[in-house]
Design a protein around this ligand. Structure first.
Ligand code: ZN
Length: 370
């Protein structure tokens, strides 16, 4: 019995040594979440809910976010880099993968199930995504697998016609594209209808004497993790106000406060009343109205007076507009690199910041600036 238990323990130990990643799947996902938690806590400064959804924060500046990279998508982009290395055999690791994991067969035909390590399976599972971005450009046909590489208008012959076509052609499954090229012309065996169709389909694919090449997204471009990240991330439409906030002369805390205001994320009293945090939503500037974002910027008589004065200092005399129109006015009248445009942007952000600080000072410290 003791001998039997020892053997069982030993086999479990060997299994863990062989496939260590199986046990570490939760660890990988957990560490990703932990990293995100550190970032969120740094940004919002606590364990409570953030003022803006994390998915929105992870958008680029142009799309209304803070330009923080989404870790899940970033991880995918890094895994795609591994896939690219294996396809182009750029590193010793890639050569090792070909020898020990693929056993010198093709990456595109390798199964993604069975006894594989977790990380290698993740690389294999990204093949359909990679296929959408890879461009296989035929040259002399010496490197591309005839059946499995997606050189035929973005697909492989095997994916389009199945395994039968390999048997019908009478060529090896390790055949290269050059095996159907004869004296610079396509020359497929004409045994079945599928093969005749193939001969027609490849007619417009040019053949040359240069080696075959693989490109990412565009002919002539190699893989870059940053481009892959932007290629696979979910895109949103750009916001008009991004350059009012994120310009080179910005004051960081003013820019962040303005960003919160533009995202409607400041916790004004109308929101706090809805959550049941406060009993009254009366404006902190004692005008008797309800405190909303639109009221605070700049429908309240106090903030309207401040903003009018600031505009006057910028040599602008005009009536105070509702919040959405103020933002629109700034987007059209303060987006250039001219000095007076920069001053307008800085004045706008500073006014928003100081009004919010003054409102907080009155609410929490009962201190009033003259
Ligand atoms: Zn007010």
């Amino acid at each position: 019995m003791l001998y039997y238990n020892k053997r069982r323990k030993k086999s479990k130990f060997i299994k863990r040594r062989l496939y260590p990643d199986k046990a570490s799947i939760p660890w990988i996902k957990r560490s990703q979440k932990d990293c995100e938690r550190v970032l969120r806590t740094f940004l919002w400064g606590g364990r409570g809910r953030g003022k803006v959804k994390w998915a929105e924060v992870c958008k680029p500046f142009l799309e209304g976010g803070l330009g923080i990279r989404d870790l899940k998508t970033w991880n995918k982009a890094l895994l795609l880099k591994h896939l690219w290395c294996v396809l182009t055999e750029e590193s010793i690791w890639a050569k090792w993968c070909h020898a020990y994991l693929l056993h010198n067969s093709n990456l595109w035909s390798a199964p993604s199930h069975g006894h594989l390590s977790w990380s290698w399976r993740q690389v294999l599972l990204l093949r359909p995504l990679a296929k959408e971005h890879l461009i296989y450009k035929c040259g002399n046909g010496e490197q591309f697998s005839l059946w499995f590489d997606p050189w035929l208008h973005g697909d492989s012959v095997h994916a389009l016609y199945g395994h039968r076509v390999i048997l019908d052609a009478g060529l090896s499954k390790h055949a290269r594209v050059k095996d159907v090229i004869w004296e610079g012309e396509w020359c497929w065996p004409q045994a079945t209808c599928d093969l005749v169709e193939l001969q027609q389909r490849v007619r417009n694919i040019p053949i040359s004497t240069v080696p075959d090449s693989i490109h990412w997204d565009k002919v002539g471009e190699a893989f870059s993790t940053a481009r892959a990240f932007h290629g696979i991330r979910q895109r949103s439409s750009s916001v008009d106000w991004h350059d009012i906030v994120w310009h080179s002369k910005r004051i960081p805390k003013h820019a962040f406060s303005l960003w919160l205001a533009l995202r409607g994320a400041h916790r004004t009293k109308d929101k706090l009343l809805a959550f049941g945090v406060v009993h009254s939503a009366e404006c902190a500037f004692l005008c008797g109205e309800t405190e909303t974002l639109e009221h605070l910027f700049f429908q309240c008589p106090f903030s309207a007076m401040v903003w009018r004065e600031v505009l006057y200092m910028c040599n602008i005399v005009r009536p105070i507009l509702p919040w959405a129109d103020e933002v629109l006015w700034m987007s059209t009248h303060a987006k250039g690199s001219a000095f007076h445009h920069t001053v307008r942007r800085l004045a706008f952000a500073a006014t928003i910041y100081h009004l919010w600080i003054e409102r907080n000072r009155r609410c929490f410290k009962n201190l009033f600036l003259p």
